[in-house]
Design a protein. Structure first.
Length: 247
């Protein structure tokens, strides 16, 4: 590969990184919308909406249990590691925020610290009843619920994975923190995301309007490409370390 010029990020800069399924693809975790992706094989409306869960909670749990099991066998890759290096480079003087749409927790396993999981975490479970206090008390859960829907100990309602489905809002506190960071960052770097799902797909506009240098690293040109000032096409594990001068 032609040697890339490194991004001139200074330790005192403010950087917001947005990651999507593409960053974990080389760890062996399927993306959603590519050929062979999850939403090609499975019906998103049946498996990733509150309506789908109400209709067939066991089928939804089987889908998430299979993914829990598969993700546990995967390891963070060079792109996850590069973001850990960037965060530690900026730790003393700068500001670094990692916003991930991924539910796989690979960033945490790699060692990233300042991270917001806007679509939740597949290894957490919570009550599905908004009137129960269990709704607000997600807990760590690596169990596989293949044969039976787990029930809330407080109200008896079905428990659900603590992820954000279509039609559900992002946690307003998380979204507030993201919006604040987007308005004051020097760099907005998106990695491995198709720019299809909102509100994340709109973050580049907010950052760009506020004057940030907007950079995209992706295997293919996504829907919202026009909003990025720079686009580097290729695998995240090669492009990101090269752009950060870590290769
Ligand atoms: C590589 C690579 C490599 C591969 N290296 N690159 C405005 C306009 C239109 C619609 C809406 C709107 N606002 C809201 C909506 C509705 C909806 C939405 O966006 N729909 C669109 C699909 C049209 N949004 C929502 O419903 C959101 N909620 C919301 O807005 O609430 C508002 C509200 C307020 C008040 C009350 C009620 C509601 C919630 C969205 C939740 C998304 N959930 C999922 C599932 C999470 C749990 C789970 O994992 O099962 O999140 S869907 C799925 O898509 C998952 C992902 O995080 C998300 C984004 O996908 P991502 O990461 O971009 O993956 P892909 O597969 O699409 O792309 C991967 C890319 O990587 C590809 O481009 C590859 O080329 C690339 N790649 N290998 C680099 N090695």
């Amino acid at each position: 590969m032609k040697r890339l010029k490194t991004l001139p990020i200074h330790p005192g800069d403010s950087v917001v990184v947005l990651t999507g399924a593409g960053i974990s693809a080389e760890s062996g975790i399927p993306t959603f919308r590519e050929k062979g992706g999850l939403w090609e094989k499975y019906d998103a409306y049946k498996l990733a909406t509150p309506e789908g869960f109400k209709t067939d909670p066991l089928r939804v749990w089987q889908f998430y249990s299979e993914r829990r099991e598969a993700i546990q066998k995967c390891e963070p890759n060079a792109a996850h590691q590069a973001l850990v290096s960037l965060e530690s480079y900026m730790a003393k003087k700068g500001e670094f925020l990692l916003v991930t749409q991924n539910v796989d927790a690979l960033h945490q396993r790699a060692g990233s610290k300042n991270i917001l999981e806007i679509h939740g975490n597949i290894f957490r479970t919570r009550c599905s009843n908004p009137d129960c206090e269990g709704w607000y008390q997600p807990f760590e859960d690596t169990d596989l619920h293949m044969d039976e829907v787990p029930k809330c100990k407080i109200c008896g309602a079905p428990l659900r994975p603590d992820v954000v489905w279509f039609g559900e809002p992002i946690d307003p506190m998380l979204e507030f923190r993201v919006q604040q960071a987007l308005r004051s960052c020097d760099y907005f770097i998106a990695i491995g995301t198709s720019g299809t799902v909102y509100p994340a797909a709109g973050y580049v506009q907010t950052a760009g309007d506020a004057g940030a240098r907007t950079v995209l690293i992706n295997a293919e040109a996504p829907h919202n490409i026009a909003f990025f000032k720079e686009f580097y096409q290729g695998p995240a594990t090669k492009i990101l370390p090269a752009l950060l001068g870590l290769d």
